[in-house]
Design a protein around this ligand. Sequence first.
Ligand SMILES: [Zn+2]
Length: 262
Amino acid sequence: MKKQAFMTMDVESYYDTTSLQNTDIVVDDKFNCADQIDRFLDLLEKENIKATFFVTISFLPKCKDFLLKAIKQGHEIALHCYEHEVIKDISKKDFDLLIKKSKEILKEELDVEPIGYRFPCFEYRDELLKVLKENGFIYNSSSSMKDGEIYQLNGLYEVPLIKKYFLGKKILISGGGYGRGFPRHKYLSWVKKYISSHNYYIFYFHPFEIYEGELPLPSNANKRLKYFINHGRKDYLDKIKKIIHFLKENDYEFSTIKDALK
Ligand SMILES: [Zn+2]
């Protein structure tokens, strides 16, 4: 059986980070982290692998050139959301409008028709999957209920994140804050153990997570928020490179999600 690996990035501004919502942080575009997309593109080129970029429409004006470069290099553009709103409770009708508007903009700006979607914070309800299907989407990548392989869910393919339980708590071994937060050796050993006994792996992260400099924080940021934003960013891209190497050593093939579903 073919072993499949998917590297994905949720393309959003640092200021879209959910834990910064409803804080007094002042937006300064110097720190939106759009240029980190380019560092990921460099790594992908060096490793000669293709990836999938889930794009936030409101961030598009700041990162358009990097996404055009990604398209030129053969990567996939999928949709993350319109404004990084958590839309679990949105009406079907409003979601449909957002999706149509987002698709129109992606077509106009990047000449792309997305077939994949990832919900902000992985929060959604089944009804919304129908809207995606009606709008030509083929897959969703927002669940970790069942993992280890791509499966069908409500008429779409679900390309799930991978979880494990550690001290009774669910953590993702597909990246996100967990990939940065846990000590390098421990996290890599979990990933290694998983990929050596499965045929499916997916990884996701955000541009800000590989930014190596200091990032602005809200004036009232507590210890937890400071830790979440700052921990492990400095060598995260290198950790990601290590994961790519483990996957290669274990005979995984990398592709965009779109190509794997053809
Ligand atoms: Zn997001």
